[in-house]
Design a protein. Structure first.
Length: 151
């Protein structure tokens, strides 16, 4: 389920602020589209990341993958609980909420499978913030490990 995030509980407000702050660490000289991400782990640790571009576009890495893969490599026993993402272009945060690209969605799906639990995805925009209860809400007909073992 994907719903507007009202912040009424305030449980993810700090995570959103950390994602917004990480846009400053983006390296986006080509697209000028700076993305920041913050991953909350089950032990309370927050891991952040920012997109890193390259002149060879295929070598670019999104903020979500920077943060999530670092978290899984360096904190393998703490499952990801939530990830917040924010984006800036032309010096301002996007008014529409930022959605993860297909590659990031696939990595998040694998993380959900690995840890056996959903990851909430908080998508920030200046005029709207949405929260998905699981990456499966963003890609209901996904490619996953079940298909690889299907006989």
């Amino acid at each position: 389920m994907i719903l507007p995030y009202t912040g009424s509980k305030g449980e993810f407000d700090k995570l959103i602020q950390q994602a917004k702050s990480m846009t400053q660490n983006s390296y986006a000289p080509y697209s000028k589209f700076s993305v920041g991400a913050a991953v909350l782990l089950s032990d309370g640790t927050v891991i952040t990341g920012a997109n890193q571009e390259n002149a060879a576009y295929g070598e670019c890495v999104c903020a979500e993958r920077v943060a999530l893969l670092y978290a899984m490599a360096n904190h393998p026993d703490a499952k990801p609980v939530a990830i917040a993402i924010a984006a800036k272009t032309n010096g301002s945060f996007t008014s529409e909420c930022i959605k993860p690209c297909g590659s990031c969605r696939q990595v998040m799906l694998e993380a959900e499978h690995r840890y056996g639990s959903d990851i909430k995805i908080i998508m920030y925009g200046d005029k709207e913030i949405y929260i998905a209860e699981s990456v499966k809400d963003l890609m209901p007909l996904s490619f996953g490990c079940g298909i690889l073992s299907d006989k």
